[in-house]
Design a protein around this ligand. Structure first.
Ligand code: AKB
Length: 313
């Protein structure tokens, strides 16, 4: 029997697909899904699932001991838009859950941790085009501040206690199996749901707002490849690039498949968040350290999303 893996937050956008992919690779019984809410039918039916509140360290420990878990993916977070509405709650959830898992690793209960950071770690003073791995990091959102602090805490636990913790700075992630909740990049998922339902979409970001984006298949592969790579010499939350486009460019790619698709723009407060984030990412360090390479281009992404939503609706 292989070493067991626990996914915390398995009912979320990334968690849902990560569980399914890891079960394919490692065997269903070796990947334990967990969340405070039920997951998708596929997740619930394809292997073990535990209801668990990640803010309670003892509950995580119980599951780790029950299944002899060696590796934990912490996919729980309050994203950028919701975090702005409730800063203290977002800070507490994003940080306390990370501390819980880092402490369990420090105390020898698990051997390896994955924790997601984000392009939100960057701020308005950061170079926006081809944003480097190491650069000015002065986020102006609550979510970004929690990601910056989280990166520093991961680095601290690695240096001080030798914890093997690995991390990626995810761009906006696009997928159809589970919806994202409360992010600034969510427009790039909503647009597909509305295209299929209504043939039109009103974007909450301006036409020309370019952001770094990635199809979920690439994001899951990046995550698994990083976790399976040789342990990097020091902790980095790696920049991983794939695509960079604006709502107007995404609408143009959708129109190639659906010529009657229409887009309009009604920017709201989410525009202010997007304006502080990079347009595109320099991921040369990830390419050099563990061979990262994106595979899915914009046209392939659009076709997969429309097809996936068509068959699931
Ligand atoms: C968000 O928009 O808040 C997230 C992210 C970029 O981390 N999708």
């Amino acid at each position: 029997m292989g070493a067991k893996t626990l996914i915390l937050g398995s009912s979320g956008q990334i968690g849902t697909e990560l569980v399914l992919r890891l079960r394919e690779i490692r065997g269903s019984e070796n990947v334990i899904a967990s969340d405070i809410r039920k997951g998708s039918y596929e997740v619930m039916e394809s292997g073990p699932f535990e209801f668990l509140d990640v803010t309670h360290k003892d509950e995580i420990l119980e599951v780790i001991q029950k299944y002899e878990v060696k590796e934990v993916y912490l996919m729980v977070a309050i994203l950028s838009v919701i975090a702005e509405k409730n800063p203290k709650k977002a800070w507490e959830l994003n940080m306390n859950t990370l501390f819980n898992v880092l402490e369990l690793a420090r105390d020898g209960h698990i051997e390896r941790v994955f924790w997601p950071s984000s392009i939100a770690v960057f701020g308005p003073d950061t170079p926006r085009v081809n944003t480097p791995q190491d650069t000015i990091i002065k986020p102006t959102t609550v979510y970004g501040i929690s990601k910056q602090a989280g990166e520093n805490w991961c680095s601290y636990y690695e240096r001080k206690y030798g914890v093997d913790v690995r991390s990626l700075r995810y761009p906006g992630l696009i997928s159809y199996k589970a919806t994202p909740g409360g992010g600034t990049t969510d427009y790039a998922v909503e647009i597909f749901h509305e295209a299929v339902k209504r043939g039109s979409y009103v974007s909450f970001l301006k036409a020309g707002t370019k952001l770094p984006m990635m199809y979920m298949d690439d994001a899951i592969r990046a995550t698994v490849e990083l976790m399976e790579a040789e342990r990097p010499a020091t902790f980095h939350s790696y920049n991983v690039g794939a695509l960079s486009f604006s709502p107007e460019e995404l609408a143009g790619a959708i129109k190639k498949q659906m010529p009657d698709f229409k887009i309009a723009y009604n920017p709201d407060s989410r525009q202010e968040i997007a304006d502080t984030w990079p347009e595109s990412i320099d991921d040369s360090r990830a390419r050099k350290d563990w061979g990262w390479e994106p595979r899915v281009d914009l046209d392939t992404l659009v076709r997969s999303m429309l097809l996936g939503l068509h068959f699931s609706s």
